[in-house]
Every structure is written in structure tokens, then in C-alpha cells.
Design a protein around this ligand. Structure first.
Ligand code: PLP
Length: 400
């Protein structure tokens, strides 16, 4: 039979995609499943962005582009970094790829030798450790507790660094926890990094625009200029502009690193889609007012979900600073038994129970490296969220 290469069998299919597929199949069979598993906004791509793509097609921007981004898009990204982050990157310090995911992939392919270590605070987006593994590196997952706000501490970082450490990956606001690092959270980590000049920092700022209340988003390369040369500041248009299907991500970093990443890209995708790049120019340079409106709508949904979950016996949910996820604890339900007599031993059991009995699809904490928790993506209507919370509460009350 077919045997995949070891680099592929080492990672397997993402648990998130598996649960999504099961939920979709149940829905097709007629079950009224509410899917709170998807990591994408339910809003539409702004019309101005769609029009820019259409104009690009009419203009004939339908051919290969420069390897790691058109001059126009690189310029728009430089201006975005300057305007929103106070970061000054030259054109050859910018890279564009087919999604932030390919940016990460290029960065790891370009820098890791077999056995090089990458520090990943968990819970974390699963792709980090899987991409590191494909690139023959060694992911070092550091559990960050709910008590610590799901954030890495300076002493944890200090203890994790070895001579083999290549990267620390930080993601703020975080998928799956919604936790975000303030200046005060970053400062002690930056001090540790300054003492270890061989460690590079990859920050994934994907959810930068989705922050709530009076939280102020900051990015480490802007906080500490001495760190900028070894920081890769990753971002993209997928989440902020509801453009997940356009597949455009980008980053700023040192000229040498950006050049090596372009080599990785040159033998995989050649260049990002020409039409999508034209659309991304409009997203980054055009009107930005809807960002605030959409974030306000996400905030209302966050408040609804957090309050609803915390009212359920056995569930404990921290208020996230950003993104559109909550990572709720279900320690109080582990050890209980379903009406059918099945024990709930893990967060995966609990998520399975919610899907079967409540027809609500969530993702177990195990998929993100920290248990017992479950992730809810609240990028869906308030009506659906309200119904989902009612169903989860009812299902939990039937556990004995
Ligand atoms: N970074 C984080 C933290 C994400 O959650 C995601 C998508 O789920 C990505 C990056 C990937 O984004 P892109 O669509 O640009 O590949």
C-alpha cells in the first residue's frame, strides 16, 4: 500500500480540519450543527478590494509577478508598517507569500537545520509545530497556564533556550486563546532575548486589528530597535480584511533572511497570485473604517460567549484581549459521565459529546497543545452563538 514520507507521517491531518469535516458531514445528513470551529471571519471581503482585483484583471495583471511581491504591494506594506506599527523596513526587507502560512513555511525552510529548536508557547496554532517538523526542526512546546493568561513568562523562556535554539515564535493576539501581549508583557521577554543573541524572534501579528476595550496592540521590533534585525514581523490580510481565500501574507525582516526565504518560495509557488496582490494593495491602502466596526461586532460576540460560558457549572473562561476565539477550561466536567454512560475523560471526549449531543462543533484544547480546554471561534452571528450557548449549557447539565 501507499506509505507517505516520514516528514508527512510525522504530522498527520490537522485535528481542526478533521472535526470540521465531521461536523460538515453531519450537517449534510440533516443534523442542525452549529460550527464554532472555523478560523475565519464571517464578514465579506470589502467591495473596494473586490473592485481592485477586477480592475487588475482588466488591466492584464494576470501573469507571474516579482518572486516575493510586486513593487506596489511591497510599498503598501512598508507604509502600513510605518503608519500602524512605527516600523521602518526597506523594500528588500519585505516579503509577500501565499498567506502568512507560507511566510512561516519559507522562514523555517530557510533557517532550520535538522535538530534546530524552535520555542513555541502553547496553547498555539498547530501549524507552528507542524511546519517546524516538516522543516526538520524540533518544536519545543512550553505550556502557558490560564493563570498566566496563556502567556510565556521570562523565566520559562530563559529555561527553554539552549545553544540549538533558532527561533521563539510569539502570536499576539493568539489563536486559540485570544490572549495578547502588552508592552509590559513583552518587556521581560525582550530582556531575555537581548541576553541570547543567537535566538531569532518570529512574531505573528495576524490578529493585530482585532483587539478589545482599551488594549493597545504593540509589536516587539518597534518596542526594541536592538531586536529588529533578528525579528521577523509576520502579518497578512486574511483576518483583518476577511480575505482568507485570497491567500496573501507578508513579513518584514532582515535583508539576508528575506533573501533566503525568497529562495524557498522560488521553488514552491514562484510568486503569490497577481490578482490577489493587487487586491491586497487596496486592502492595506484604501479605507480602513470597517476595521473598527467589525471589531466592535466581534466584541459584542465575545462578551456574549464569555458570559454564557462562565454561567455554566464546570466551565471557566478567561476574557480574551483579542482575536475571535475563547479558550475555555472544562476541568470541572472531566470525570463526569454522559447520559449514555460514556465517561468524559479528556477535552476530546467533551468536544465529541458536544458535537453528538448538542450539535455544536468546537475544537478540543489537545489540538493546540493544552488540556483540558476547548476553543470556540465566535466569528458567527449572535443568533447562532446564543443558540450554541443554550445547547452547550443543556448538554453540560445532563452530565452526571
Ligand atoms: N497565523 C495565525 C495565528 C492564524 O490563526 C492563521 C490562520 O488560521 C494564520 C496565521 C494563517 O493565515 P493565512 O491565511 O495568511 O495563511
Amino acid at each position: 500500500g501507499f506509505v507517505p514520507a516520514s516528514r508527512i507521517s510525522a504530522i498527520g491531518v490537522s485535528q481542526i480540519l478533521k472535526i470540521g469535516a465531521r461536523a460538515q458531514a453531519m450537517k449534510r445528513d440533516g443534523a442542525p450543527v452549529i460550527i464554532l470551529g472555523a478560523g475565519e471571519p464571517d464578514f465579506d471581503t470589502p467591495d473596494t478590494v473586490k473592485q481592485a482585483a477586477w480592475k487588475a484583471i482588466q488591466r492584464g495583471d494576470t501573469k507571474y509577478t516579482a518572486l516575493d511581491g510586486t513593487p506596489d504591494l511591497k510599498q503598501a506594506i512598508r507604509e502600513k508598517f510605518r503608519r500602524e506599527n512605527g516600523l521602518d523596513y526597506a523594500a528588500d526587507e519585505i516579503t509577500v507569500a501565499t498567506g502568512a502560512k507560507q511566510v512561516l513555511f519559507n522562514a523555517m525552510m530557510a533557517t532550520l537545520n535538522a535538530g534546530d529548536e524552535v520555542i513555541i508557547p502553547t496553547p498555539a496554532w498547530t501549524s507552528y509545530s507542524d511546519i517546524v517538523t516538516i522543516a526538520e526542526g524540533k518544536p519545543l512546546c512550553i505550556p502557558c497556564s490560564a493563570q498566566a493568561g496563556f502567556k510565556l513568562t521570562a523565566s520559562q523562556l530563559e529555561a527553554a533556550i539552549t545553544p540549538k535554539t533558532k527561533w521563539l515564535i510569539l502570536n499576539s493576539p493568539s489563536n486559540p486563546s485570544g490572549a495578547a501581549y502588552s508592552t509590559t508583557d513583552y518587556q521581560p521577554l525582550i530582556e531575555v532575548l537581548l541576553r541570547h543573541p543567537h535566538v531569532r524572534l518570529l512574531v505573528d501579528d495576524m490578529y493585530e486589528h482585532i483587539v478589545y476595550d482599551d488594549f493597545r496592540f504593540v509589536t516587539p521590533a518597534a518596542l526594541e530597535p536592538r531586536l529588529k534585525g533578528r525579528t521577523l514581523t509576520v502579518n497578512g490580510v486574511s483576518k483583518a480584511y476577511a480575505m482568507t481565500g485570497w491567500r496573501i501574507g507578508y513579513a518584514g525582516g532582515s535583508r539576508e533572511l528575506i533573501k533566503a526565504m525568497a529562495v524557498a518560495q522560488s521553488q514552491s509557488t514562484s510568486c503569490p497570485s497577481s490578482v490577489s496582490q493587487a487586491a491586497a494593495v487596496e486592502a492595506l491602502s484604501g479605507p480602513q473604517h470597517f476595521l473598527k466596526e467589525r471589531t466592535e461586532s466581534f466584541r459584542r460576540r465575545r462578551d456574549l460567549v464569555v458570559a454564557g460560558l462562565n454561567a455554566i457549572d464546570g466551565i471557566d473562561c478567561r476574557v480574551p484581549e483579542g482575536a475571535f476565539y475563547t479558550f475555555a477550561g472544562c476541568a470541572g466536567l472531566v470525570g463526569k459521565t454522559t447520559p449514555a454512560g460514556k465517561p468524559i475523560e479528556t477535552d476530546t471526549d467533551f468536544s465529541d459529546y458536544l458535537l453528538q449531543e448538542a450539535h455544536v462543533a468546537v475544537v478540543p484544547g489537545a489540538a493546540f497543545g493544552l488540556s483540558p480546554f476547548f476553543r470556540i471561534s465566535y466569528a458567527t452571528s449572535e443568533t447562532e452563538l446564543t443558540e450554541a450557548i443554550l445547547r452547550i449549557a443543556a448538554a453540560c447539565s445532563r452530565l452526571g
